[in-house]
Design a protein around this ligand. Structure first.
Ligand code: HEC
Ligand code: HEC
Ligand code: HEC
Length: 463
């Protein structure tokens, strides 16, 4: 079998690492940026029975982090701070790839103009070298800069507000220990009236509640640790929750999946709904996906590949497992899957496109994804029963076929396999046909896609 990586002479980094540079993959729109508020509105809840309610209070106290224990030395504090900064993925937004760490300046495109992330290195003039630990905590906890300026929620403080004071202090100490980058901030170029920070008062009243994570004493230590990471530093809800018309996320739909506007990637449901979410996944599969980037259920791609590359691969297996345990406890909702009977038109479209789709699949795709879509595990992901390609929104599989991709190179999977782009090889109709085929074959329950949808995504930014 042809291994794609053999086509690449040297494989220092997966392809997507160098192509992601131009826009901040974390939240390409202000709407996305705004959406992180949902976390603050919803209280951690669980439909799952307590794993061990006996260890209640002690569990809860220990769970918020390993931070309950006293820090032995400054060196240990710095190591912990670095680890927590990884968990929060500060580097992804505050560093322009291949430039100085934490120097800021990474553009975040929004429909209202461009935000440039600030310098958060230890530089006293341009970074946060002159900030106190109190000011840093207030920034994470309340979303205010040192002088009290309200921050745009493109900085995910609506999630970071859950971070404990001890963890904030560790991140602060670590950032202060990084080399200063003597580089001024680039001013945002937001249009009027979005450049008026006082507008943020209204947004904050609607979508932001400051408050540290409160452990649930009825849940296990592991569950609480996972909840702390997912709802706080991980800021998963920023992408995995639908955005409402006001640019916040719909609290009642937390973790039920959402389209990332402008960037055009769909972040699927993380609840335990069996068809839309992770209900069918084992804990081990979730751990593999998040830690290695590949699993028996699928590989990460697009913005999620960046999350694994910059953040998850550095976490301990225990922490990744805690995240998985927490995700598995998120209750699923029947509303996550469209169960209404398919209109005759939809069935007709699927029937029209599927034969062409099957022909293309057999010729172009089966070599890697196998005849029945079962994949060749773990390097070539399965397409049968793979929920990330069956959502109402078909952007993910369309973009994968157009642009191809690489799973991220991680400690556990340093030589990822790739998929070639088909944008040049296949017409809009052919892409629509093959994507319709993989969304509807082998028991998959996705809807057909049109040539128009394919065409619109030909010009979408890569990352
Ligand atoms: C999704 C992108 C994103 C992530 C992730 C992110 N930031 Fe930010 N951060 C921003 C943006 C954008 C701003 C500027 C907001 C503004 O101007 O109102 C900002 C502002 C800040 C500021 C305020 C700087 C100043 O001069 O006022 C600090 C400090 C900061 N971030 C630290 C962090 C830390 C620490 C982490 C990780 C725990 C982090 N950021 C993660 C996007 C991000
Ligand atoms: C920048 C946006 C973004 C952030 C932040 C993000 N994700 Fe994702 N995630 C995505 C996208 C887009 C996908 C779909 C692509 C894929 O499956 O790799 C995805 C896929 C996933 C999947 C696979 C789901 C499936 O059904 O295949 C899991 C599990 C996941 N994310 C967990 C998380 C967790 C846990 C966090 C927080 C620590 C998180 N994500 C943060 C964008 C994001
Ligand atoms: C050379 C091997 C190869 C070929 C040929 C190939 N793929 Fe892939 N495909 C991969 C790999 C490797 C990944 C994981 C990439 C990543 O994580 O970015 C992948 C990922 C995908 C995904 C995302 C799956 C997930 O994990 O959720 C889809 C959808 C997909 N391929 C569809 C297709 C279709 C349709 C074709 C034919 C038109 C095709 N692939 C041809 C190797 C291949």
């Amino acid at each position: 079998m042809r291994k794609l990586r053999s086509l690449i002479p040297t494989m220092p980094l997966p392809a997507w690492v160098s192509t992601r540079a131009q826009t901040c993959a974390r939240s390409a729109t202000l709407a996305v940026a705004l959406c992180c508020a949902g976390t603050a509105l919803v209280h951690a809840q669980s439909g799952a029975p307590s794993a061990n309610s006996a260890d209640a209070a002690a569990a809860a106290a220990a769970a918020a982090s390993a931070n309950a224990r006293p820090v032995a030395s400054n060196a240990e504090l710095l190591v912990r701070g670095e680890y927590l900064a990884r968990a929060g993925d500060c580097i992804a937004c505050h560093t322009v790839p291949s430039q100085k760490m934490f120097g800021g300046g990474r553009p975040m495109e929004t429909p209202f103009g461009t935000l440039y992330t600030p310098n958060i290195s230890s530089d006293k003039q341009y970074g946060i070298g002159a900030w106190s630990a109190d000011a840093f905590y207030r920034m994470l906890h309340e979303g205010k800069s040192r002088d009290g300026t309200l921050l745009y929620p493109a900085m995910p403080f609506a999630s970071y507000t859950k971070v404990t004071r001890a963890d904030s202090d560790a991140i602060y100490a670590y950032l202060q220990s990084t080399p200063p980058v003597h580089q001024p901030n680039r001013p945002h170029t937001l249009r009027f009236p979005y450049n008026q920070r006082k507008l943020l008062l209204g947004w904050r009243a609607l979508f932001f509640r400051a408050g540290e994570f409160k452990p649930d004493p009825k849940q296990s230590v592991e569950w609480n640790r996972g909840a702390y990471l997912v709802e706080g530093l991980g800021h998963c809800t920023m992408c995995h929750t639908e955005i409402n018309a006001l640019g916040g996320n719909t609290a009642s739909k937390e973790f039920q999946g959402g389209l990332i506007p402008l960037q055009n990637w769909y972040a699927p449901s993380l609840t335990s709904n069996k068809e839309a979410g992770l209900g069918d996944w084992s804990i081990d599969d979730i751990v593999d996906l998040l830690h290695a980037g590949v699993s028996n259920r699928g590989a990460v791609y697009g913005p999620m590949a960046e999350v694994v590359y910059d953040s998850f691969q550095y976490l301990t297996e225990d922490d990744v497992r805690a995240v998985a345990v927490y995700l598995k406890s998120l209750p699923g909702h029947s509303s996550e899957v469209d169960t209404s009977p398919k209109s005759p038109f939809v069935t007709e479209e699927a029937n029209r496109l599927a034969p062409l789709g099957k022909k293309i699949y057999d010729a172009q795709c089966a070599e890697c994804h196998a005849a029945e879509g079962q994949g060749k595990l773990p390097n070539f992901p399965p397409l049968a029963n793979n929920q990330s390609i069956q959502m109402n929104s078909a952007v993910n599989p369309i973009r994968m076929v157009l642009n191809g991709g690489y799973a991220p190179g991680t400690k556990k999977n340093p030589m990822p396999y790739g998929m070639p782009p088909f944008a040049q090889l296949l017409s809009d109709e052919e892409v629509a046909a093959v994507v319709t085929y993989i969304r509807t074959a082998w028991g998959n329950h996705g809807a057909p896609v049109s040539e128009k949808e394919v065409n619109a995504l030909r010009s979408a930014p890569l990352f």
